[in-house]
Design a protein around this ligand. Structure first.
Ligand code: FAD
Length: 309
């Protein structure tokens, strides 16, 4: 893992930096590249604009490791209202949540209660619920709660990370249960005991897992295969593999993040691929933004340029 990546991922946990760094106007200017604003309405405006270009959306209110009961309740209410507002707006826009945002660190059943309420509202309104994946210590509990939820609600999917050694086994099990998979490379600082240390190994594992997701056996359970990546050569390799295997472009999707590889998003949608962009918003953006910097050192130059307006 590169030194730069490690530094940013460590910074993402710093309380001091969160309190001081987020106040600097130049940091706020730089972060606006990755989020349209802090409110649900800002997200809605961006999602509507993208819909005009044939790109659907996923929405997420930034936040993680909530340790206050009232705050976890408020987060759940925010998402339930958000799902209702998406229905009223008739937009293709799906919620994506982190379990620690729903109070997982306080109590597992509390988080599950909130998760169930969101899945139920998504189900009633014809929407779909995505569950993010956090650090490796949360993988077991996240997958346990996802499996439990799937027994009641068919329209749920979870993120899996290609950098983890365990992911192949998880992927086969979850797809067999008809649970949607959003495959990503992985955004956290993981030890070599659980994750591939080299980026080239992560990339190779991603492609191998993507091929498994597209094979007929994996898709037989009705799971939704989603590739969450901005890696254009990898996306092209997946599309070539799908074409050769006779999987139609409407049978799988690409999801990207707002503000990253916009040209590729539009080109893919124009080519007939199913594309969604995850739009993050909210006031608690610091750790999430540090992870975006860790992914691409060139982003630091963008922050530096923002310092000068
Ligand atoms: C829809 C979606 C949901 C995600 N959900 C999760 C999750 O739940 N859990 C989790 O651990 N991770 C999640 N991630 C993050 C993911 O794990 C990666 O850290 C991130 O996508 C970068 O990897 P990449 O596949 O784009 O490939 P990379 O090889 O890192 O990047 C490929 C190219 O994309 C561009 N790019 C990538 N990142 C950036 C950036 N930050 N700024 C500018 N350009 C960039 C660059 O051109 C780069 O060369 C999600 C990503 C997406 C797209």
């Amino acid at each position: 893992m590169s030194v730069g990546r490690t530094i940013f991922l460590k910074a993402s946990d710093s309380q001091w930096l969160r309190e001081h760094g987020t106040k600097a106007p130049f940091v706020r200017r730089a972060v606006s590249k990755f989020m349209p604003g802090e409110s649900f309405d800002d997200m809605l405006v961006a999602a509507k604009a993208m819909a005009g270009d044939g790109v659907s959306a996923v929405f997420t209110r930034l936040g993680e490791n909530v340790r206050d009961l009232a705050e976890a309740d408020a987060v759940a209410r925010h998402y339930v209202d958000g799902i209702d507002r998406i229905k009223q707006a008739r937009l293709a826009c799906e919620p994506s949540i982190k379990l620690t945002q729903l109070g997982l660190d306080i109590d597992r059943e509390l988080a599950y209660g909130h998760l169930r309420a969101l899945a139920s509202r998504a189900h009633q309104t014809g929407n779909y619920l995505w569950i993010d994946m956090e650090q490796s210590s949360y993988v077991d509990v996240t997958l346990d709660l996802t499996r439990r939820l799937r027994q009641e609600f068919p329209r749920v999917g979870v993120c899996l990370q290609a950098y983890l050694f365990r992911t192949r086994e998880d992927l086969v099990d979850l797809m067999g249960r008809g649970i949607g998979i959003r495959l990503v490379k992985g955004a956290y600082n993981e030890p070599p005991a659980v994750a591939f240390p080299k980026k080239s190994e992560v990339d190779a594992n991603y492609l191998a897992l993507a091929q498994t997701m597209l094979d007929a056996g994996s898709r037989a359970g009705g799971a939704r295969p989603v590739f969450g990546t901005h890696d254009v050569p990898l996306i092209e390799a997946i599309r070539r593999h799908a074409g050769a295997a006779g999987v139609a472009p409407i049978e799988y999707e690409f999801h990207m993040l707002y503000g990253i590889q916009k040209a590729a998003q539009l080109r893919l949608a124009h080519d007939g691929a199913l594309v969604r962009v995850l739009i993050a918003y909210g006031a608690y953006w610091f750790p999430w933004y540090m992870r975006r910097l860790a992914e691409r050192p060139a982003n630091v130059w963008f922050v530096a340029k923002s310092l000068f307006g």
